[in-house]
Design a protein around this ligand. Structure first.
Ligand code: PRP
Length: 190
């Protein structure tokens, strides 16, 4: 049962809690196999990747013969601020705790849209000389790219709508929805 304040503003569920869970299990299976017997560092991009990072980390731990260890670190960037449109400028609000050099780094994102955030992060992290660098996103909007970006692990393709939930916000609200939804017209002001 959803709180009334949410229900009134949501147009439709795009990806259910169950579909997201299945997608994360499937990503975790592929990732665990690719990093089998190697140490892996998951690098979640906050705040959006809050939920996908922890759920992915736990799902990887359930796969037999996966990575030899799984570290978790976070960095915080923002490009959208409180707007529904990207400012086009990516700001680093908090860097990682751990050193990146020599590690197998997997960047974890909730969504890749125009690609600017992930492109900026990949370039910044590559300069730190990791052993390997790959990216995993739960939701992809490939038709929205402004810059090309390599994403090795993609969960679901999102429709061309403003999506919220499971970490994704509108004006810092809706992140705690357990599913991904589209808001009703009129809720979003640009
Ligand atoms: C969102 C999302 C990605 C980025 C993707 O973050 O979490 O990091 O936008 O968009 P792009 O491909 O168009 O660059 P946002 O800047 O909204 O910050 P948040 O994670 O704190 O919500």
């Amino acid at each position: 049962m959803l709180a009334a304040s949410f229900a009134a503003t949501i147009k439709r569920t795009l990806f259910s809690q169950e579909e997201i869970a299945r997608t994360i299990e499937s990503l975790a299976t592929r990732i665990a196999a690719d990093y089998a017997r190697k140490p892996l560092l998951l690098l979640g991009v906050l705040k959006g990747a809050l939920y996908v990072t922890v759920d992915l980390a736990r799902a990887i731990s359930r796969v037999p013969d996966g990575p030899s260890s799984v570290g978790i670190d976070y960095l915080v960037v923002s490009s959208y601020g409180n707007s529904s449109r990207s400012s086009g400028e990516v700001r680093m609000l908090k860097d990682t705790h751990q050193r990146i050099a020599g590690k197998n780094v997997l960047v974890v994102e909730d969504i890749v849209d125009n690609g600017l955030t992930l492109s900026y992060l990949q370039s910044m992290l590559r300069d730190r000389e990791p052993e390997s660098l790959r990216s995993c996103v739960l939701l992809d909007k490939p038709y929205r790219r402004l810059v090309p970006v390599d994403v090795e692990y993609i969960g679901l393709t999102a429709p061309d709508a403003f999506v919220v939930g499971y970490g994704l916000d509108y004006q810092e609200k809706y992140r705690n929805l357990p599913f991904v939804a589209q808001l009703r017209a009129g809720v979003i002001s640009e």
